[in-house]
Design a protein around this ligand. Structure first.
Ligand SMILES: *Cc1c(COP(=O)(O)O)cnc(C)c1O
Length: 452
């Protein structure tokens, strides 16, 4: 332990200056302390870490660069990878967000009238046009939007009087959990609604809903079981049929497909089928920023805006700017070319094969000691959407005599720009479908670091 350098000595070394310039004195000092602490722990565990100032600085540099939200290469083939940030924004959306971030805006200002406006007005005309709905509201995320919608339904019922126990009817087949602990029964409880379950896990009929409604029923909740599928002896009731019962239908369609993809519910159809409120995510299949979007009847949208939760869940200006730009791509008919999420999902497998072949050749050239080949793989939509939907893709497979696939995966994850792949059949698979411009370079750098 005595051989370990003092914090000051490490900070006085010439290489420390560069770190201080980049990360600040306080941050660098803390990182050096952490590096020394790591070395002490290693010694206590019987190890013999290098005790030079250089070695401590190198550890500190690692600590600093691994900190914070940063770029990661997604080579998993999962397009809407929730852990990796779901949708990547289009260029137009990025430009719009940068614009909103770097200047003042009319976020809550009516420029023509010269007085206060509403942030809830942005994106609304576009959402109305694209979905055919009467009105729209954008909040922070879909989970929040669902909670707000149900809370507003309950609050309205209480205000009107007539019932102290407003009920919401939902099928047992739709009492789902979305990732991150968002469970429909708990959301219903939080909203103050009394949940009336109908049907069974695999079968629910319209007559089940009809029998369960009474004078306290305030809404029928329809939830898209987005992250799993029940197969075999099943029956469920669509939004259209539910709406025929004459009660408000709140439809949480989840992924927010504005264009048809596989059998994902399309927002416009839910609106046309008569849902009073249709709720969906901004950053799933829509391909925009994180947002909870609600479209539907003005009466219910207004009720949501009046509810105090609305303020607590409000979307920020960067989100609104990016969302508007994303929606313009749908209106202009360029969504499939401009939005990375849709582009990745739709690119032909042949294109992936070419891309994988080129990448494999570059890797083989740069790291001749690695085993490298190209294999067909299966990419996925991810993000709790289309669980069984397979997108034919290609991957570069890496192997090595020296280290196992898991160790190689760990090595690539600890690169300056981490590369996240998938280990299968004793190889590290890098699916090219989810690669963005410049990612190949980052992969080659990471492999270089691995060798070094
Ligand atoms: C993903 C999903 C949500 C949650 O959406 P977030 O935007 O992540 O909050 C809610 N409901 C359904 C059906 C979903 O698929």
């Amino acid at each position: 332990m005595r051989d370990l350098p003092a914090v000051d000595a490490v900070l006085r070394s010439p290489r420390a200056e560069a770190l201080v310039a980049r990360h600040g004195r306080a941050g660098t000092t803390a990182a050096v302390r952490e590096a020394l602490e790591l070395a002490r722990r290693e010694i206590l565990a019987g190890g013999r870490p290098e005790a030079s100032e250089e070695a401590v600085l190198a550890t500190a540099e690692g600590v600093l660069s691994a900190r914070g939200l940063r770029r990661v290469v997604n080579a998993t083939g999962v397009v809407l990878h929730t852990n990796l940030g779901r949708s990547v924004l289009s260029e137009a959306a990025v430009t719009a967000a940068v614009g909103a971030a770097s200047s003042y805006s009319n976020l809550e200002y009516d420029v023509a009238a010269g007085r206060r406006g509403s942030r809830y007005d942005h994106a609304v005309p576009l959402l109305k046009e694209l979905t055919g709905a009467e009105d729209a509201l954008v909040v922070n995320n879909c989970a929040g939007a669902t909670l707000l919608a149900l809370s507003a339904v309950v609050a309205e019922a209480r205000e009107e009087g007539g019932t102290s126990e407003p009920e919401v009817v939902v099928s047992r087949g739709q009492l789902i959990e979305i990732g991150g602990g968002f469970r429909i029964p708990e959301v219903l409880e939080l909203s103050g609604a009394h949940m009336r379950e109908v049907g069974t896990t695999n079968r629910t009929r319209l007559s089940d809903y009809r029998k369960a409604t009474n004078e306290n029923t305030r809404a029928l909740l329809w939830v898209h079981p987005s992250n799993f599928e029940v197969e075999g002896f099943t029956e469920s009731v669509g939004v259209g049929e539910l709406a025929s019962l004459g009660l408000p239908v709140v439809a949480d369609v989840g992924s927010g497909a504005l264009l048809p993809i596989s059998d994902e519910p399309v927002v416009e159809k839910a609106v046309r089928d008569g849902a009073s409120l249709t709720i969906f995510s901004g950053d799933k299949l829509l391909g925009g920023p994180q947002a909870g979007i609600v479209v539907g009847e003005s009466r219910w949208i207004s009720a949501m805006k009046r509810h105090p939760l609305c303020r607590a869940l409000r979307a920020d200006k960067l989100c609104l700017a990016a969302l508007e730009a994303t929606l313009y791509a749908y209106r202009d008919g360029s969504a499939r070319e401009e939005l990375p999420t849709l582009k990745m999902l739709g690119a032909p497998a042949e294109e992936m094969k070419d891309r994988a072949t080129r990448l494999a050749a570059e890797i083989a050239g740069a790291a001749p000691n690695l085993f490298v080949d190209v294999a067909p793989s299966v990419a996925r939509s991810g993000g709790g959407t289309l669980p069984l939907y397979e997108v034919p893709s290609y991957a570069v497979r890496l192997g090595s005599e020296g280290i196992g696939a898991d160790a190689m995966a760990e090595g690539l994850r600890s690169a300056a720009t981490p590369v996240v792949g998938r280990v299968a059949e004793g190889r590290l698979w890098l699916d090219v479908r989810t690669l963005l411009k410049g990612d190949e370079e980052a992969i080659l750098d990471a492999i270089g670091e691995l060798d070094g």
